[in-house]
Design a protein around this ligand. Structure first.
Ligand code: MSP
Length: 650
């Protein structure tokens, strides 16, 4: 039988900074859904990735003195490491710098142009670079970007425009006729009243003022607007626009795009309009989740709170962090992040309720029966109620997971866990243990607890992928437990054989922990200040005026490259023999990415001749070749017209 497909996506992240715990929120939720659907037998395609183009990335890379590609490569590495650490089970990872994506976006842009959906005009308006969004005066809040509150810039350039305005009515109809298209419902009114009812304007979809993006392949100098580039990932990752569209045909339309609330607008207006223009089916659902709020604002650099997901996962365990994110914040609403709240959830829900239930159950089977329950077991009067609650819990949890209401699902599971703890107190196994004639009754009670825990271990698995195994190992269950086995109470073999283990969630000493966090936060704040100072110093250097004497200290001459070769074991360096008047100097330069030795042999270049000699990769360099760089480009500086080498530049 063919499995039903389920295609789910996260937004692709801007690799502009290290990811914080807020970023992982959305990916953890998407992962929980993907795991749940897999457990229910779906053929799941879970897509995530990185959105690597745009002016913002170009600027940041410049500030760091590296090319945008070098910059994003580094961050993407850490993003992938984080997802590995957090057990994110994505099936595919797209980078918008991937060749196949670039080509497919060019194809999409051209197709829209050929269909008359895109036309050329002049854009004059306001642009928020950090958000990569265009605004009009009236969109601004206190003269600043309505999304992030930062200053906007005036831009005027020849651009291509997408005929977004003509889709206004179709998109209103889409949102009104298909309430399931955008959830939660509150976001629908916001889109209709704030953006659609006032009428959409055509959208500027190309830029010419920077280079780091996908070039419009039929008009040099134009770069595809980063949101058109980014949104297209959902189809290009499935092979749309490539030679093999089989995955696209299988998985598209997406079943759900999970996105943060601030980008719902792009996903429910611009994205459907682009798809309509391409005559493609629309995604079935956009789920707009809320934000994890810290210090009263959308999560940013923290004061006194540690928001680094790597630190948190290493300290408390991945499942504890995942549990907190999914339990604390009702999916769709905003929620607060504090380290206190995280620790308190770990102590109360995980260590106290769940951890205790497991260690008490295993401990009693061990103590009273030497680790293995006897086959002879007697029902307790309360068992009926426990079994009924268990069946109801499974039903409710499935319903909540289906609706992506993870917090409700977990809350439901924990109600059952607490009920089992209460069942221990009510049945008082320690009293039964004293009475030889009640052994079967005692074994029956402990079996109910173990079986309850088995079912809990199945229900929590989408949210907490590591814990079920730890729990089952202690209960003597080898291997996986199929989801559907949670529907039947009593599948665990009667003669349960347990193995006592460590506490799966050790209690945390709150006071000690908060002091450690404060220390860590101070360390992080210091590091951040240091980086800020470095950046400031660099900017200062760039802006600082010098006088003619300062300039006079640098001796520059025209040189002619006689010979050039690559430096061994380096893919960045070239070493050139440069004739400067009567002398020949050896100069090493980091230009191998842009020039091959043959390209520059014979070229006249500008050389700084009074720079102290240094060794680079063990090769002596007696000067420096001047070069100009912008974004990902680099060009050697040369003189205008022919002049003898050795000529002094002043
Ligand atoms: N690159 C775009 C998405 C393009 S999708 C075609 C983008 N990237 S982002 O890195 O800025 O944000 C990625 C996701 O992280 C967004 O859904 C955003 O809402 C989410 N979050 C960023 N900070 C967050 C919190 N503090 N809390 C919850 N989600 C957060 O937007």
């Amino acid at each position: 039988m063919n499995k039903e497909k389920f295609y789910i996506t996260t937004p692709i992240y801007y690799p502009s900074d290290k990811l914080h715990i807020g970023h992982s929120y959305c990916t953890v939720a998407t992962d929980a859904m993907a795991r749940y659907k897999r457990a229910r037998g779906y053929d799941v395609m879970f897509l995530t990735g990185t959105d690597e183009h745009g002016q913002k990335i170009e600027r940041i890379a410049n500030e760091h003195g590296v090319t945008p590609k070098e910059y994003v490569d580094e961050i993407v590495k850490s993003v992938k490491e984080l997802w590995k650490l957090m057990n994110i089970s994505y099936d595919r990872y797209i980078r918008t710098t991937d060749d196949y994506h670039v080509k497919a976006v060019q194809k999409i842009f051209r197709a829209l142009y050929d269909k008359g959906e895109i036309y050329k005009d002049e854009y004059e308006g306001l642009y928020c670079t950090p958000c990569e969004s265009f605004f009009t005066e009236k969109d601004l809040v206190d003269g600043k970007c309505p999304d992030c509150g930062r200053p906007v810039e005036k831009v005027k350039e020849e651009s291509y425009f997408f005929r977004l305005s003509k889709y206004t009515d179709r998109i209103i109809k889409l949102l009104e006729d298909h309430p399931e298209f955008l959830e939660p419902a509150s976001r629908r009114n916001e889109m209709i009243n704030n953006f659609l009812k006032p009428g959409l304007k055509d959208l500027c979809v190309s830029r010419t003022s920077f280079k780091w993006g996908i070039p419009v392949d039929f008009d040099e100098g134009h770069i595809v607007y980063v949101w058109v580039d980014a949104l297209s990932n959902y189809i290009t990752a499935m092979g749309y626009g490539s030679d093999d569209e089989s995955d696209f045909n299988k998985y598209w339309p997406a079943d759900v795009h999970v996105v943060g609330k601030e980008i719902v607008r792009f996903h429910t207006i611009i994205w459907p309009a682009i798809l309509m223009a391409l005559d493609l089916p629309l995604p079935k659902k956009i789920f707009g989740h809320g934000w994890l709020i810290i210090d009263g604002g959308k999560m940013s650099k923290s004061k006194g709170n540690v928001v680094d997901p790597v630190y948190l996962c290493e300290k408390y365990g991945v499942d504890a962090v995942r549990y907190f994110l999914l339990r604390e914040i009702a999916f769709g609403q905003d929620g607060n992040f504090t380290n206190e709240a995280l620790i308190s959830r770990i102590n109360s829900d995980l260590a106290n309720d769940f951890g205790n239930l497991l260690s008490r159950t295993v401990g009693m089977i061990d103590r009273y029966f030497g680790g293995t329950l006897p086959a002879e077991q007697k029902e307790n009067a309360l068992d009926k109620e426990i079994k009924a609650l268990c069946a109801q819990t499974v039903k409710n949890v499935e319903k909540y997971y289906d609706d992506m209401l993870f917090s409700d699902a977990l809350s439901e599971i924990w109600t059952f866990i607490r009920r089992l703890n209460k069942y221990i107190d009510e049945t008082a196994p320690w009293v039964m243990a004293k009475d030889e004639s009640r052994k079967a009754e005692l074994a029956g009670v402990l079996y109910v607890l173990a079986e309850g825990l088995r079912i809990v271990s199945i229900l929590i698995e989408p949210c907490m992928p590591n814990t079920p195994k730890l729990c089952r190992t202690q209960l003597g269950i080898a291997g996986e437990e199929a989801w559907d086995s949670a529907h039947t109470f009593g599948l665990l073999p009667r003669e349960v054989s347990v193995t006592k283990g460590e506490a799966i969630f050790p209690r945390i000493d709150v006071k000690k922990e908060l002091a450690a966090i404060e220390k860590e936060a101070e360390k992080k704040a210091k590091e951040a200040k240091k980086t800020e100072k470095k950046t400031e110093k660099k900017a200062e250097k760039e802006n600082k005026e010098i006088n003619i004497d300062d300039f006079g200290k640098v001796v520059m001459k025209v040189g002619k490259i006689l010979e050039c070769r690559r430096v061994e074991n380096s893919d960045k360096l070239l070493v050139s023999q440069v004739k400067i008047g009567s002398e020949v100097r050896q100069i090493v330069s980091g230009i191998a990415k842009w020039y091959s030795p043959e390209d520059i042999t014979g070229k006249k270049v500008v050389v700084i001749t009074n720079l102290k000699a240094v060794k680079l990769r063990g090769v002596l360099s007696q000067g420096m070749l001047l070069a100009a760089s912008s974004g990902d480009e680099l060009k050697l500086v040369s003189v205008d017209g022919d002049i003898e080498d050795g000529a002094v530049i002043s």
